[in-house]
Write a protein that binds this ligand. Structure first.
Ligand SMILES: [Cu+2]
Length: 117
């Protein structure tokens, strides 16, 4: 009895780990690396990709959000919206930080990073 409970818990833990791994590796219709725009958080907060890949933010919450870059080198920000998607391709390596101007700042609240390796 006790052993079967342990086995069930182990199976549950493995299922949960696989589910979380699948979530963090989620990709869009054209292989985009997905980031969920929820209320009020970007999930995952940090997404690591390879140079040349594209990230797609998918609005899932009901509040209004945007993707605003902390860098000012001519990159375009997303509109403020409560549905839809936004994409950006990354050709250079580095860490690219962004936030939602409604629910965060560059250093707190609703913010995220794309790490391009
Ligand atoms: Cu927001």
């Amino acid at each position: 009895m006790r052993l079967s409970v342990r086995r069930s818990l182990a199976a549950l833990a493995i299922s949960a780990a696989l589910f979380l791994a699948a979530c963090s590796e989620a990709t869009g219709p054209n292989g985009e690396k997905l980031v969920e725009v929820a209320d009020d958080v970007f999930n995952p907060m940090t997404r690591t990709i390879s140079a040349g890949e594209t990230v797609m933010w998918q609005w899932k919450g009901s509040n209004q959000h945007n993707v605003t870059w902390t860098e000012t080198s001519g990159t375009s920000n997303s509109p403020t919206q409560n549905s839809g998607t936004f994409t950006r391709s990354f050709s250079n390596t580095g860490t690219f930080n962004y936030f939602c101007t409604i629910h965060g700042t560059a250093t707190s609240g609703m913010r995220g990073s794309i790490v391009v390796q």
